[in-house]
Design a protein around this ligand. Sequence first.
Ligand code: GLC
Ligand code: GLC
Length: 820
Amino acid sequence: MRYGYFDDDRREYVITRPDTPLPWINYLGSEDYFGIISNTAGGYSFYRDARLRRLTRYRYNNAPLDLGGRYLYLRDDETGEFWSPSWQPTGGALDAYECRHGMGYTTIASLRAGIRAETTYVVPLGETLEVWRTRLTNERAEAASLSLFGTIEWCLWDANDDATNFQRNWSIGEVLVEDGVIYHTTEYRERRDHFGFFACSGPSAGFDTSRDAFLGAYRGWDRPLAVERGATTGSVAHGWQPIGAHQVRVRLQPGETREVVFVLGYGENPREAKFHPPGSGHLDTRRVRPVIRRYLDGTVVEEALVALRRRWDEQLGSLQVATGNEHLDRMVNTWNAYQNMVTFNLSRSASLFESGVGRGMGFRDSNQDLLGFVHMVPERARQRILDIAGTQLATGGAWHQYQPLTKRGNDAVGSGFNDDPAWLVLAVDAYLRETGELAILDEPVPYDTTPGTEQPLSDHVRRALDYTVERLGPHGLPLIGRADWNDCLNLNCFSDTPGESFQTTQNREGGVAESVFIAGLFVLAANAWAAIEERRGETAAAARYRSAATDMVAAVERHGWDGAWFRRAYDFFGEPVGSAANDEGQIFIEPQGICVLAGIGLEDGRARRALDSVRERLATPHGIVLQQPAYSGYRLNLGEISSYPPGYKENGGIFCHTNPWVMIAEALAGNAAGALDYYLRINPSAREGISDVHRCEPYVYAQMIAGPDAPTHGEAKNSWLTGTAAWNYVAATQWLVGVRPELDGLGIDPHLPDGWREVHVTRRFRGTEYRIAVHPGTGRVKRLTVDGVPVEGNVVPLPGESGTVVEVEAFREAPAEAVP
Ligand code: GLC
Ligand code: GLC
């Protein structure tokens, strides 16, 4: 069953009933100010850091799940009837409802009692504020007297404290109301120079800033006393829970429309000029007032929306495809690319599943996210690479996470996840293939954010690879350390204490746990890097990494092959994991994907054999599960993976991040139809029709879909902030559609089933626009014409000058007519 539909032309997902299985969210903001917003206007906002600069409050794990938001109330001042035009929090029946989640904005429209309300929520480019533009239309035959209330709950202190530290926070809340603007000034009197503001275009009929005064005793947001009465009280909060509530009275003639604008934002003053008059302790509002005034004007809001649309068109315009498959097209052209940008902005910080107070930027996560956005924002990707590399340790290893505000490694999480460094190599490789800018390799970058330790970026990459080579186990395979890509395969952890963190607890010394996954990843990374060293004329280094890769392939062939698939690892005691010899966890997806991706087994038939094993043992209609059989009980020598109930997360769940590795592997092994089939199994748009089973948003990937061992097989969790986004995008664009940046030009090598219709692709690449047509036929692309001139092979050479348009036609081995 569906809860909406895709409006592809407008790049919107349109939700047509408010009671979606879970809150279906969207993101506002793309620079410094961000918010999450659900289809019923739930969510919160923050400036840069969802923990330290949280603006508004959200109650996680509440009932209903989604409580705390940008709530409006409409009241018929003649009858006293009131409702929320976004359905929540009052929850009463609406005569019509529609939520449009678009690129960086959301519009919620509804009709009740003859009053149409349409509110667009947006963060204008370049500003640290959000605007809610509400349009009220009277569809009745007679005039209507209405009150509109706009409300938020402040949370402008450490959001973690907000949920825990009441003995302090319930005493320190302060506000200032000046010229109808509500300022949140808690702690401003002392060491902070920032504050929040909430304004309304009016005409104001009153306000409240004390939650108790507005809601009334023992009431919730579903029936505030002030709304019920039709009058705010003008309360000024002292401690407890400061809020912002504005009341506007509107009289509408039949057919009349009126616009009311609310502006919520974050402001900062220079430390030496924060009070006015100086020394008064009174917030100086003079700098922020003009900005607020500007955005209270509806025409300015309209301009901001147009500018935002233009920005997205431009960004998404770097790659557009027309393959004839609507699910592939709309994910690649709009939603998958959009999700990639959200992971760029938010990493793993704030979603319905990530609280905003938890994780910093993951080293491996951020490097992989980059694969999905480097072509849209190459300059920002460049900076991201330098930031990440700057946290790398001098050993070549990595802090597992770093904090975005300080850009320092997070010692609370530590290091020793031995796959981490290799992902940096893939990120650098992706950047270089996209931009060709070899000069980035000469950029001086510190180790561990320590001034004075700067070395060229190329040195960081080399150390990242050497880190693996210097840590091999008895089978010549990489030692796993705390864990590899699978954070939950904890082979050295041996945790038997309830509640202990698998990620950070002291590991047991002296074991020999090795990872076949890291071996495959290393081969992939080392060969990619060797090609770059060759371009730089560093032939000795290139040869060194090529030969390290060759040795690693040999180790995998000798000790990583189980007979019908690649093994996963060797445990602390040197026993195989992911082998037919195991009673559970016999076969894992990760090494099948990554080893084939690295080219291992493509020539001797092992790749095909491994992928057949995946199909027989791991593939389900909802995607490919992580391993089988799932672990039925906890195993001390395996750790967190066996802590999850069978079918969830890393224990036999469909961990969507891994599926594209198998898609790419199938493509490399020559099975294009199989690759596409796997792609469509987890493609959110293709799953839209089973939204009641899938439950998460049908427009973005989720980290996990419950596997067949789970009672809820097919149910997704943890949507939005996941490496699944980048990898599926890579699989779809670079392997299925097959437009892949190479160091020397743009590769055109689609892996689409035989007989596939004509495919069109527009790709902006190194300043040139490529318009590519792939003609129908069978087999691989064998021949290109570039502006009508035949070219051998399948890489379009770089044109002499940028800024041009290049027409490419690609012909497969046999033309369509030859298909029997
Ligand atoms: C989570 C982590 C990621 C890890 C994956 C598998 O998505 O963010 O780093 O690779 O889980 O455990
Ligand atoms: C848990 C999750 C895993 C995630 C890790 C990050 O182990 O199962 O997916 O990578 O936490 O801290």
